[in-house]
Design a protein around this ligand. Structure first.
Ligand SMILES: *[C@@H]1O[C@H](CO)[C@@H](O)[C@H](O)[C@H]1NC(C)=O
Ligand SMILES: *[C@@H]1O[C@H](CO)[C@@H](O)[C@H](O)[C@H]1NC(C)=O
Ligand SMILES: *[C@@H]1O[C@H](CO)[C@@H](O)[C@H](O)[C@H]1NC(C)=O
Ligand SMILES: [Cu+2]
Length: 248
């Protein structure tokens, strides 16, 4: 598919290869195709569509952009991924090229059918996050760097649905924040619909919740930074912004 797009529209080659997003999901051995922004338009109504629509793999540059929630336009999926609380979900990306910045997986309770859920007032909580694993901010090993495989094969990112989470319909939001451009953060978010099953009864409290947009701002030194400034880039710690991760 990418080859076809590339040969038809030369200009897009750069765009497609320079950016990306979550294209598919796996739970155990089961594969759920996401929405392909460069695929046919009728995917949006296909009965298998589990991912909210996104039309470009270009990043979002504004911390307050409404599209930060579930990308542009972020309109609902048709169906959802069934998953048991305690199981892992893996987001599968095309070959990922950026190397610096955190990755955060979030859930929001749809309070009913996710097809009717507007993310504007959603309360999001983190279920997992991956940041700087070792070394310095500018050239250390971020999960984002490790996750990129560089040989054209897909990049996979796995997080667990907390085992005690009460069942229900949830949005899952996978977010990569890329910080390689000085003072110009890039966000790459995609959302899918989940039907969480199980016998859990727990739900995170307010201290775990955030609004998106809202959780990030250009006043945060973890978001608005110049990694090429040695005073910043040579640091060996990076605190991922937002509430703590809820693990159940
Ligand atoms: C939000 O991001 C989208 C996608 O990058 C962009 O098209 C749109 O212009 C942005 N909106 C604002 C208000 O900046
Ligand atoms: C995503 O799934 C589609 C449809 O099954 C497949 O064509 C594509 O290669 C997959 N992409 C990745 C990165 O897994
Ligand atoms: C689930 O994911 C976690 C990391 O988030 C990992 O430690 C664990 O081994 C995974 N479990 C399975 C069954 O893959
Ligand atoms: Cu990019």
């Amino acid at each position: 598919m990418w080859q076809a797009v590339a040969s038809v529209v030369g200009f897009l080659v750069h765009q497609v290869s320079a950016h990306g997003g979550a294209l598919n999901y796996t739970v155990g051995e089961t594969w759920y195709p996401g929405y392909d922004p460069y695929g046919p338009e009728d995917q949006v109504t296909a009965p298998w569509t589990v991912q909210r629509k996104w039309v470009t793999n270009e990043p979002i540059f504004e911390a307050n952009n409404i599209s930060l929630a579930c990308n542009t336009p972020g309109t609902p999926a048709v169906t959802s991924i069934p998953i048991n609380a305690g199981e892992n979900i893996t987001a599968v990306y095309g070959s990922w090229v950026h190397t610096v910045g955190p990755m955060v997986a979030w859930l929001a309770d749809c309070g009913g059918d996710c097809r009717d859920f507007d993310t504007t007032n959603a309360d999001w909580f983190k279920i997992g996050e991956k940041g700087l694993l070792w070394g310095t901010i500018v050239d250390g090993m971020w999960f984002q760097r490790q996750f990129g495989v560089w040989d054209g094969t897909p990049s996979s990112w796995t997080e667990q649905i907390p085992a005690s989470l009460r069942p229900g319909n949830y949005l899952v939001r996978h977010e990569i924040i890329s910080l390689h451009s000085a003072n110009k953060p890039q966000w790459y978010p995609e959302c899918a619909h989940l039907e969480v099953k199980g016998t859990g009864t727990k739900f995170p409290g307010k201290e775990f919740m955030a609004k998106i947009p809202g959780v990030y701002s250009m006043n945060q030194p973890e978001i608005n930074l110049d990694i090429y400034d040695p005073a910043v880039g040579e640091r060996t710690t990076y605190t991922i912004p937002g509430p703590p991760v809820w693990t159940g």
